[in-house]
Design a protein around this ligand. Structure first.
Ligand SMILES: CC(C)(COP(=O)(O)OP(=O)(O)OC[C@H]1O[C@@H](n2cnc3c(N)ncnc32)[C@H](O)[C@@H]1OP(=O)(O)O)[C@@H](O)C(=O)NCCC(=O)NCCS
Length: 163
């Protein structure tokens, strides 16, 4: 991994207390896993977060020394260019709607582009309008639909944004 543009904590002020975005470390994983379980019907296992600790953009949002959200993103080589992949993003239910998700996504995209990503993709449930709206705000467009992508049979929109 190259030098991080997130060597320090970037602080933004939301509707409530100020929120800092920084690289995740091992001590954050229980908090991250807790938010994951509150956010998804089929949460990732704890070990998946452990494996991705060194990903180019595994970032947490912190407010009052508490983790209130996270994003996990990496890059995959693809015929000479890299594709960035937003693999997971969630904000604690009681901290949604304050701009935390926007800050996390913005910093993650910055990290992916620094890491060489020429485009960035993600999957989102067909029914997940808040997330789709967030991604559309960042110029992601629906590229194609994957039927039955999720274990419960729901389709995924694959959304893509060029660098
Ligand atoms: C998606 C999620 C990460 C957004 O985080 P957030 O901190 O609440 O989002 P923000 O406050 O930064 O909002 C940013 C933008 O997202 C969109 N958005 C957020 N919540 C929304 C809602 N309930 N309805 C519609 N759009 C919404 C809006 O475009 C918003 O911009 P605006 O405030 O100018 O209207 C959060 O809702 C979440 O954790 N959801 C559960 C996990 C999940 O679904 N993750 C995505 C998996 S693909």
């Amino acid at each position: 991994m190259g030098p991080s543009v997130l060597a320090g904590t970037v602080t933004t002020t939301g509707a409530h207390t100020s929120v800092g975005i920084r690289a995740a470390d091992r001590a954050d994983l229980l908090d991250v896993f807790h938010i994951e379980k509150q956010s998804f019907a089929q949460p990732w296992p704890y070990a998946a977060f452990e494996r991705l600790l060194d990903a180019p953009a595994f970032l947490v949002a912190e407010a009052d020394e508490e983790v209130v959200g996270y994003v996990v993103a990496d890059t995959v080589p693809n015929h000479g260019t890299s594709i960035g992949h937003i693999k997971d993003i969630a904000v604690a239910p009681d901290r949604r709607g304050e701009g935390v998700g926007r800050s996390l996504l913005s910093k993650a995209l910055m990290e992916l582009f620094v890491d060489g990503a020429g485009r960035v993709k993600l999957e989102v449930r067909e029914s997940n309008e808040p997330a789709q709206q967030l991604y559309a705000d960042f110029d992601f467009e629906v590229h194609h639909i994957v039927s039955n992508y999720y274990d419960d049979g729901e389709d995924a929109y694959v959304m893509v944004r060029e660098a």
